[in-house]
Write a protein that binds this ligand. Structure first.
Ligand code: ATP
Length: 355
C-alpha cells in the first residue's frame, strides 16, 4: 500500500481513513463541505489533524495525537504535489521557468532543470508555449502548465482538487485526456464533482458525507450501483461495457452502442465503455416507434425490473439500465415490473471511452 491515511480534524467534523495502492488513482466524491479538500490538505501537510497517522511508501509524514511522537513533515518535504482549480502560476515567470522553479530550488542545475521543464511541457502538449507568461495563457493551457510543474517535482503522490472545475466545458475533454495519461501508473487522489471524471480518471472511488467515508469501491461499481444518497444523486449513470468494434461499443449481439468518442478512439477489440445519464433515455412501449426517429439513436429492448420514485420523477430500472420519466409518462405507458419496453437514447447523449 502506497498511502495509508487516518486523520481526525474535529473543527471540520472530519474523521477519515483511506488507503491508496501503489500506482492507483482514487477519486474522492462528496457534497459541498463533506471534507474532501480537508483530506487533501492534511495529506499535503497544509492542515494539521488533531490526531492522525499518514504514511507514504512506508515513510511517516504525519503522526500526531495523544501518545503519538508528534511527527509533521513540512509540505515541501512530503513528496506530495497539490493542484487546485486554479493554476496559481508565478505571474512574473514564463511557463518554462514556472515548471523549472521546483527542481531549481531543490538544487538542480539551471540547464538540466530547463531541459526537464521543456520535456514536461511537451508531455502535456504545451511545449510551444514555454516562453509565455501566465497572463498570456488560456485557463486550460495554464492548467496544463500547472500539471507539468507539479510533475516536475517528481511527487510520489499527486493530489488534484477539482482540476477541471474552473475550465470551460469545451476544453475539459482535452485536459481530461491528458490527465488520464498522466495518472496512469501514478499514485494519485482526485477530488471531483463529476462522475465521469471519477469513472475515467480513477480506479476506485470513496464517497464522503459529513466528514466520513460512506461508500467505497471500484469506480464503475459505485457509479453504476451507488449505495449512498450522494453517489446516487450524482451518478446512477448507465454504463455499458463491451469491446470496441466498427466505431461502437459492442456489448452483446444486437447491442452496439453508438455515441461520441471522448478522447482517442479505442483500438478495435479493446475494452470500451458507453456512459449516458438516465435523464437522456426515452422510454417507449411500442418498439416500432424507434424507426420513426430522425437523428442516430440507440434502442435497447428491455423489461422493467423496478420502478423507483425520485423527487418528481420515476426512475425506470431495467436490469443494469435506468431511465428517468415523469410520473405522468409512466402512468401513460402503464409501466409495471415485467413490462417490455424500449429504451431509446440519442447517440449525441452517449459518451464512449476506451478503457
Ligand atoms: N480553512 C478552514 N477553516 C475552518 N473550517 C474550514 C476551513 N475550510 C473548510 N472548513 C470547514 O470544514 C468542513 C469541510 O470542508 P472542505 O472544504 O474540506 O469540504 P469539501 O468537501 O472540499 O467541500 P467543497 O466541495 O465545497 O469544496 C466544512 O464544514 C467547512 O466549512
Amino acid at each position: 500500500m502506497s498511502v495509508r491515511f487516518s486523520a481526525t480534524v474535529p473543527d471540520r467534523q472530519v474523521r477519515v481513513d483511506l488507503e491508496v495502492a501503489d500506482g492507483e488513482t482514487l477519486a474522492v466524491l462528496g457534497p459541498n463541505g463533506s471534507g474532501k479538500s480537508t483530506v487533501l490538505g492534511v495529506l499535503a501537510g497544509l492542515v494539521r489533524p488533531q490526531s492522525g497517522r499518514i504514511t507514504l511508501d512506508d515513510r511517516v509524514l504525519t503522526d500526531v495525537g495523544p501518545g503519538a511522537p508528534g511527527v509533521q513533515v513540512a509540505p515541501h518535504d512530503r513528496r506530495t504535489a497539490l493542484l487546485g482549480q486554479d493554476a496559481l502560476l508565478f505571474p512574473h515567470l514564463d511557463a518554462l521557468e514556472n515548471v523549472a522553479f521546483g527542481p531549481r530550488s531543490r538544487g538542480t542545475d539551471r540547464r538540466t532543470a530547463r531541459a526537464d521543464a521543456q520535456r514536461w511541457l511537451d508531455e502535456l502538449g504545451v511545449g510551444d508555449l514555454a516562453d509565455r507568461r501566465p497572463g498570456q495563457l488560456s485557463g486550460g493551457q495554464a492548467q496544463r502548465v500547472a500539471v507539468a510543474r507539479a510533475l516536475a517535482a517528481e511527487p510520489r503522490l499527486l493530489l488534484l482538487d477539482e482540476p477541471m472545475a474552473a475550465l470551460d466545458v469545451a476544453v475539459q475533454p482535452a485536459l481530461r485526456q491528458v490527465l488520464r495519461r498522466v495518472l496512469q501508473e501514478r499514485t494519485a487522489i482526485v477530488v471531483t464533482h463529476d462522475p465521469l471524471d471519477a469513472l475515467l480518471l480513477a480506479d476506485r472511488v470513496v464517497v464522503l458525507e459529513q466528514g466520513r467515508v460512506v461508500e467505497s469501491g471500484p469506480s464503475t461499481d459505485v457509479l453504476a450501483r451507488p449505495r449512498s444518497a450522494f453517489a446516487g444523486r450524482l451518478a446512477g449513470l448507465n454504463l455499458l461495457r463491451g469491446t470496441w468494434r466498427d466505431g461502437a461499443v459492442h456489448v452483446r449481439d444486437g447491442w452496439d452502442v453508438h455515441g461520441r468518442v471522448e478522447g482517442t478512439a479505442p483500438e478495435p477489440g479493446h475494452d470500451a465503455i458507453a456512459a449516458f445519464r438516465p435523464q437522456a433515455v426515452a422510454v417507449y412501449r411500442d418498439a416500432a416507434r424507434k424507426t420513426l426517429l430522425g437523428s442516430p439513436r440507440n434502442a435497447f429492448d428491455v423489461r422493467v425490473t423496478e420502478l423507483e420514485p425520485r423527487a418528481d420523477l420515476l426512475r425506470v430500472h431495467a436490469g443494469d439500465l435506468a431511465a428517468d420519466v415523469t410520473v405522468q409518462a409512466a402512468a401513460e405507458l402503464e409501466l409495471v415490473v415485467g413490462t417490455p419496453v424500449t429504451f431509446v437514447v440519442k447517440a449525441t447523449e452517449v459518451a464512449l471511452y476506451g478503457l
